[in-house]
Design a binder for this molecule. Structure first.
Ligand code: HAM
Length: 433
């Protein structure tokens, strides 16, 4: 390899997207837009408003919020010092930033239940695989201010409605309660004691978790831990009466509404802040990374991050995973009409015509490279536009153009003045047929 070749190959490597990140290009990007659009409209029906927070925060937002014992804080944060020496982290999840913003802007002042949703990129230094990325995107929702089981059930219902209406399937909803300060300390003592007897059978990772946060042993995917996990006491069997009643009420609402769910006593979720209800939605259309969405109640978090004792509950879904789980559909055309000119000097006329068409809401484009008509027709075909308007000098002189419908091959002259109406009517007709 010459020096030159080596240089070129480094250059080529340098120009790839970083490991664990991806570009989202049409037609995939239209699927993302459909998922986002459905979220916006479903969440609005439940009274949620959008919140946009910065992509990086002071690192202590996540240390305090996500929690020191979580994998995220322990080993997955994109943490850096900026040129001013500030300790910052690219957000690995959306909940702590929303809590930070809720406190910073005093959004709890009225004591009304405050409901927010967010859509945006998150960053975790994980081992990339299908459905798991280092930059991924979450659509999440958080509701602050009510302890009522009705709000837990409502956010779960909202998540299920959104995913079901989108056509993601088949879905499976697992729910559990992880208790709170009432019942958790006694349960944790019991759990730790049970784990201590089984340490010899546990994976190294689980032995570490046993030290830091024994609940997280339930999260282990290591086959060696399966038998151990089966033998451990579960929190759901050790709930206080109050927490048991809260959980039963959540499940009661879901059953009443026909939202199918399974109680999964070993579902604990990997973040430190959860109290009482936790839930996860998985899809069998995905492989190993089958969790589409996860969430739960986090009643201590707002106080932990410096606010009053405000309860909260929410969820976040992985946008990439939802798109992976969606059934393939034919991409809708993104252009209604492609304008082709017979001679190069007709460019200004094409521009003028397209401005008129666009003013009526039609989507149109043209080639503008001075290529042959044949090349332009091929480009029109590739664009997927259902109609092509062909402008030639003779037609222009008569104030008309030729419209060709690509699917049928049908071709006829249409007056330039009436073109927008004509195309509009024909396109509506096609949509309805
Ligand atoms: P989480 O379970 O860490 O929860 O993430 C939620 C969802 O984000 C997952 O179910 C998955 O679909 C997606 N996700 C997570 N990591 C990745 C990754 N590396 N690549 C692709 N997708 C990923 C939270 O983040 C909590 N903040 C949820 C929450 C909100 N709980 C209460 N409110």
């Amino acid at each position: 390899m010459t020096m030159n070749d080596a240089d070129k190959s480094t250059e080529r490597q340098a120009l790839r997207a970083p490991r664990g990140t991806r570009d989202v290009i049409s037609p995939e990007v239209e699927r993302w837009q459909a998922v986002e659009g459905a979220a916006r409209s479903t969440f609005a029906r439940y009274g949620f408003r959008e919140m946009r927070t910065p992509i990086f925060e002071d690192s202590n937002v996540f240390e305090k919020g996500t929690g020191e014992s979580s994998d995220i804080v322990q080993k997955e944060m994109y943490r850096f010092r900026d040129l001013g020496g500030h300790d910052l982290t690219l957000r690995p999840e959306g909940t702590p930033p929303v809590v930070r913003a809720y406190l910073e802007h005093n959004l709890g002042q009225s004591r009304d239940v405050a409901r927010f949703y967010y859509i945006g990129p998150m960053f975790r230094y994980e081992r990339p695989q299908k459905g798991r990325y280092r930059q991924f995107h979450q659509i999440g929702a958080e509701a602050f201010g009510s302890e009522s089981a009705a709000v837990d059930a409502e956010v779960i219902d909202m998540a299920m409605t959104w995913l079901t209406d989108l056509g993601v399937g088949p879905l499976s909803l697992q729910v559990n309660s992880v208790g709170d300060h009432d019942d958790r300390p006694a349960y944790l003592r019991k759990l730790t004691a049970a784990q201590a007897d089984l340490l010899g059978e546990m994976s190294e990772e689980s032995r570490k978790r046993h030290e830091i946060n024994p609940l997280r042993v339930f999260d282990s995917k290591d086959p060696r831990d399966h038998a151990v996990i089966e033998k451990l006491p579960t929190i759901i069997d050790h709930l206080s009466d109050e927490n048991r009643a809260h959980f039963d009420e959540v499940c009661g609402y879901l059953s009443d509404w026909g939202v199918e769910h399974t109680v999964e006593p070993r579902l604990v979720r990997g973040l430190d802040y959860y109290r009482r209800t936790v839930f996860e939605i998985t899809s069998s259309a995905l492989g190993a990374q089958d969790a589409l969405l996860g969430g739960g109640r986090y009643d201590g978090l707002v106080a932990e991050m410096g606010g009053e004792d405000v309860p909260g509950v929410g969820f976040a879904a992985g946008l990439e995973r939802i798109v992976l789980a969606l059934p393939e559909t034919e991409a809708a055309a993104s252009i209604d009409c492609y304008v082709v000119t017979v001679a190069r000097d007709l460019g200004p006329h094409a521009l003028h015509l397209m401005r008129d068409l666009r003013a009526t809401g039609l989507r149109c484009t043209a080639d503008f490279q001075g290529r042959s008509m044949k090349a332009q027709m091929k480009a029109a075909n590739r664009s997927g536009a259902p109609a092509v308007a062909i402008l030639g000098p003779d037609e222009l002189a008569k104030g008309v153009c030729t419209v060709k419908w690509m699917e049928s091959g049908e071709q006829r002259e249409v007056s330039l003045d009436g073109l927008a109406d004509d195309l509009g009517a024909a396109l509506v007709g096609r949509q309805n047929s």
